[in-house]
Design a protein around this ligand. Structure first.
Ligand code: GLA
Length: 382
């Protein structure tokens, strides 16, 4: 947990509530190495939790009231836990969603007073919403004296986002925010929730390339993709696309509208790429890893159509730089971030050149930074 964030939330807490917070909880954002738009088809993903995230300082109150001040929005959210009604579609919706989803697990929720702040760019595709859900859920479990396992916590947060916020997300973001492990990516089977921790090879770094573009309609476009892949699974008569292979798809091609065929081809080939990427990681085959990233980008761009002009520009610029093994758009897409895998000896030069070239081509200032792996959510006494 970053000291600056800790101090920031601690100071604000003392200002607002007149005492030190009893606990601090940190939930990380994530980058996904490969396996994009596969989680809601029961597929495979390979994210790692990053050193950027959200910190919540809080003290349990032993009553029915929750008060959370968000420093980044300069807003206070207050509510009785026993009452929950829809409000604005902003950060408070994620908290309300978590309260709603937790109520089905914990008979008597008890509240807290808290202050929250983060250092994740919002809406960029690094899972700021999942990190917010996970910190809130962890704090509510602690203030209600309830011990819930990390995978269960992730499922509750996913339910919050699907059932309350209304985006049909998969489990990846919440799961990695809850279960990440420093130094490792997590190969997650999104059907069984089996996890394999895979060591991140030395000598490389992962660079976030934030295009500084955001898409308003990304939620509805996301839900549309989830309907399309379900449709594809129905045509193939499988439970989810995770159960299909490329040869099955090719055999049934005539039954598919062409868009749905391409959507399915992305998901099925992306699942294969996850397995190949994990093997390459284990063999320290950096060239192969990079190549798979590039293939993933092409598939997301042309078959799944979730990239954007700016994402394509920044990926092309990145791939052309010395020391870059590969790059792809990352996260839900439609704007936001790409991810590049770079030889650490080229890091500074890489950042400088991509920054300069992207600004020149788009007239937009990008935000480019390297990320390190982190543990999943944790709570400490302050
Ligand atoms: C968002 C969702 C995830 C996943 C990714 C795309 O981040 O929250 O569940 O579907 O998009 O891989």
């Amino acid at each position: 947990m970053e000291d600056i964030l800790k101090e920031k939330v601690g100071k604000k807490f003392r200002n607002l509530f007149g005492a030190d917070p009893e606990f601090l909880v940190f939930a990380p954002g994530r980058v996904n190495l490969i396996g994009e738009h596969t989680d809601y088809s029961d597929g495979f993903v390979l994210p790692f939790a990053i050193n950027l995230g959200i910190v919540l300082a809080f003290s349990p109150t032993n009553n029915d009231q929750i008060d959370i001040h968000a420093i980044d929005f300069d807003q206070l959210f207050s509510q009785k836990l026993s009452k929950n009604s829809k409000g604005p579609a902003d950060w408070t919706a994620y908290i309300k969603g978590v309260i709603w989803a937790l109520k089905s697990q914990i008979v008597q929720l008890k509240g807290f007073q808290g202050v929250v702040a983060g250092n994740l760019p919002i809406g960029a595709g690094l899972s700021s919403s999942a990190a917010l859900e996970v910190v809130a859920a962890k704090a509510l479990c602690a203030s209600s004296d309830m011990d819930i396992s990390s995978p269960k916590l992730a499922q509750i947060c996913q339910r919050a986002e699907r059932g309350w916020v209304g985006v049909n997300v998969g489990i990846m973001d919440q799961l990695i925010s809850a279960c990440g492990k420093r130094g490792h990516a997590v190969k997650l089977d999104c059907r069984t929730l089996d996890t394999e921790y895979v060591l991140i090879p030395d000598g490389i770094c992962f660079i976030v390339l934030d295009t500084n573009t955001r898409r308003e309609l990304s939620h509805s476009a996301y839900n549309k993709r989830s309907e399309e892949v379900e449709w594809a699974a129905q045509i193939l008569k499988v439970r989810a696309l995770r159960d299909a292979s490329l040869s099955m798809l090719i055999k049934e091609k005539d039954k598919f509208p062409s868009t749905i065929y391409r959507r399915a081809r992305h998901v099925i080939s992306e699942n294969d790429r996850v397995h190949a990427f994990v093997n390459a990681m284990k063999n320290h085959d950096l060239q192969k890893m990079g190549h798979l990233l590039n293939e993933s980008h092409i598939s997301l761009r042309d078959d799944f159509e979730v990239s954007s002009e700016e994402l394509n520009i920044i990926v092309d610029i990145a791939i052309a730089q010395p020391g870059c093994y590969g790059a792809r758009m990352a996260g839900a897409g439609f704007g936001g971030c790409a991810l590049a895998m770079v030889n650490e000896r080229f890091l500074d030069d890489f950042i400088h050149k991509v920054q300069h070239e992207y600004k020149k081509q788009t007239n937009i200032e990008p935000h480019i930074f390297s990320v390190k792996s982190s543990d999943g959510v944790y709570l400490v006494g302050s």
